[in-house]
Design a protein around this ligand. Structure first.
Ligand SMILES: [Zn+2]
Length: 142
């Protein structure tokens, strides 16, 4: 059996994984201009400052797009099929869309319909077996 690959934190992404391990979602904020960004980078994508810090976000989000994964592109994911992934727009970090799993969705009940703009979701990091985190989408409130 092949293990699922897990992310390896580096100096730019460590804050994200440290927060995720505590059940918190965080993005990167520029201390110079206030710009928020995700995924993390070495510099601010707005002013190129290297003064970046972690900014916690609530995880409240709007579903932007979703799909059901029915084919494993790596053998380690075969036992997880089918599963639902989505792209969501964070409410308190305008312009940031993140990829996430929808953990409460039944793939059999997930028809290929356009996302409703008013459909509210909550993104919260979950722990993987290795102790690192990944995002997961739940419906309802935090
Ligand atoms: Zn900046």
């Amino acid at each position: 059996m092949t293990d699922k690959q897990v992310p390896v934190p580096d100096r730019y992404t460590a804050f994200y994984w440290e927060n995720a391990a505590l059940g918190r979602l965080a993005v990167q904020a520029c201390e110079e201009c206030g710009h928020v960004q995700f995924p993390p980078d070495a510099v601010c994508e707005s002013c190129q400052s290297q003064s970046l810090t972690a900014q916690p976000v609530t995880g409240r989000a709007t579903l932007y797009a979703m799909t059901v994964i029915r084919q494993a592109f790596h053998p380690a994911w075969t036992d997880s099929l089918p599963y639902v992934i989505a792209q969501v727009q964070l409410d308190d970090a305008p312009g940031i869309r993140i990829q996430t799993n929808i953990v409460q969705a039944d793939p059999a009940d997930t028809a290929p319909v356009p996302p409703h703009p008013a459909e509210r979701k909550y993104v919260s990091p979950t722990r993987m077996a290795s102790g690192s985190g990944k995002s997961a989408l739940r419906t309802g409130s935090p």
